[in-house]
Design a protein around this ligand. Structure first.
Ligand code: BGC
Length: 278
């Protein structure tokens, strides 16, 4: 049976989770969603995370996304959630609340990991950046498929203001911007980002990427190829599950014959190792 891992995505409006089949990134069970508490204080959010874990009766490690900088389980920023998260050992808090081992990572990084493995970034080398357009703008930077975490490109300053304040999907809703007007702001942002990191591919994620035909063709002045994300809704969940799986490699109980074949030829042995690393 394929290995499964529980992934949970903390978003601005909802906290969503599901066990993920790691062989293909599909959801092994229907996803479960609870409204994000407001204010989104750490304890209240951790309680909801415990609810999600209980819903699935999950007893293994869990991958969780956080919408800010995360280093070694500690949250170091909180642009769109309660400031009480800043400096908090969030992974430990969540581990205490859920009774599970927690792998915590930035939400856009999680989405990027999933998109690079199974979606629009599959097999792409060089510099690739995924941008999630939602309440804020999240970013995930990859060089030859390897993640450079916590890039926070949504906070690049344009005309002295955070890019995400002008160009997130929330900004489009709040200011009731037409697709054309919003695409102009996005173009301005992407031109600036391109000047800094020269990506060969920009993947546009977040819920609005489902409507990419309305705005991606209107982006101007950007040399890089721009494509919509493929996993959209579930990218955070899937990426979180993958991150937890990477943090908890399976110990192979290799059957004797595979070990022997591995010594002789190496092929099965290599497969066994790949399986373990998944
Ligand atoms: C945060 C990022 C996050 C993004 C999307 C930004 O405001 O600073 O860490 O990835 O929003 O949630």
């Amino acid at each position: 049976m394929a290995r499964e891992m529980l992934g949970i995505d903390i978003g601005g409006s909802g906290i969503k989770g599901a066990p993920v089949d790691l062989s293909d990134g599909s959801l092994a069970r229907e996803r479960f969603r609870v409204d994000t508490p407001h204010p989104s204080k750490p304890k209240a959010v951790a309680k909801v995370l415990a609810e999600v874990v209980d819903h699935f009766g999950w007893d293994g490690p869990v991958g969780v996304t956080y919408p800010g900088v995360v280093i070694d389980g500690v949250a170091l920023s909180a642009a769109n959630v309660s400031k009480q998260w800043i400096g908090l050992d969030a992974a430990s808090l969540i581990a205490d609340a859920t009774g599970r081992e927690i792998t915590l990572l930035n939400d856009a990084d999680a989405a990027g990991v999933a998109e690079m493995r199974l979606g629009a970034g599959r097999g792409r080398r060089g510099t690739v950046v995924l941008l999630t357009l939602g309440t804020g703008i999240g970013s995930a930077l990859f060089t030859d498929g390897v993640l450079v975490p916590n890039t926070e490109f949504g906070h690049i300053q344009i005309d002295g203001r955070d890019a995400e304040i002008r160009a997130s999907a929330k900004a489009r809703d709040e200011h009731d911007l037409s697709w054309e007007k919003w695409a102009r702001r996005l173009s301005e942002y992407m031109v600036q980002l391109e000047a800094l990191i020269s990506p060969s591919l920009i993947i546009v994620g977040g819920g609005v990427s489902r409507k990419s035909e309305h705005f991606l063709p209107l982006i101007e002045g950007v040399r890089a190829e721009i494509v919509p994300a493929r996993l959209v809704n579930n990218a955070g969940i899937v990426g979180a599950a993958m991150a937890a799986a990477a943090a908890h490699p399976v110990e192979t109980a290799e059957p004797a014959q595979i070990r022997a074949a591995g010594r002789a030829g190496g092929r099965q042995r290599a497969n066994g190792t790949a399986e373990a690393a998944r």
